[in-house]
Design a protein around this ligand. Sequence first.
Ligand code: BTN
Length: 322
Amino acid sequence: MNIQSKLISLLSDGKFHSGEELGSLLKITRSAIWKVIKQLSTLGIEVNCVKGKGYQIPNGLDLLNKTTIYHHLSDITRKNIHCFEILEKVSSTNQYLLKELNSNNAKTSIVLTEYQSAGRGRRGRSWHSPYGKNIYLSLLWHFEKDPGELFGLSLVTAMAVIFTLEKYGLTNLQLKWPNDVLWNGRKLSGILIEMMARPHIETSVILGIGINVDMPKNSQINDWVDISEIISTKPDRNKITALLINEIVDILELFQKNGFSYFLPDWQRYDMLNNQTVTIYTNNNQFTARVLGISNKGELIILNEHDEIIHLLQGEVSVRLS
Ligand code: BTN
């Protein structure tokens, strides 16, 4: 552990620590402590500095713990996941697994991190990833199928997130095609799927999941919500992460056997777009349509202004309620 990580870990208890105490524990001067404290804001960590009391991370940080998470994994999950890593910092967990995949390290893997410096969102957007606050998880999985058979994958991944959060006690969750999880219309979780195919042999898939758990309140992003706003107790990141991993593994096993149609009734229970008027954005166009539902492959079925029924594939479009 470097000095910065040690300092974060000491301050993660949410209590005040004086510069003198920290300096003597880390064997550096008080002014060196101050320099490291200043760097923490670049990681999205808020620190209170109070004269006479010292430094404090308000509410502390609930850091990820590999042993705790592993302890809560089911036997089926442990059998399926060959490599499980928690990184302190990384550019993007998806990017990290893409590199592993390209270097032929093709084991089924899960990687989590406390902080992403270049978290990736859908359609080229970035994903805000402050230190120690949310869940940033990527999973590498191999299907003995071609990409065309995996259309519904991102939808079932979003359902795994919903089932996880319901098991954790959240209600009023909604799905927005293809894979956003919302609470009262505000975004709680996003999913980014990246694929690499070896035609007629297998498709390797990286499922990247971000869940807002306890976002710093000064975060400049629109229309998001986090778990700490929804429930009254302090969210337990390790517990939610373990529930999530178990849920994804179960759902991937079922998806592998049964395809998306098996999950369609579940999707419909949470679908916030069904029967709504929406605006569809393509790369160079936008138009209004009414949503008729989801096909048994996971396509969005819409009725456009010329009364034509169109099946839309994810990746091609983005959808907003009108
Ligand atoms: C979206 O735009 O809604 C998708 C967001 C996906 C974010 C997750 S966080 C873990 C994984 N690593 C990334 O860089 N992105 C995904």
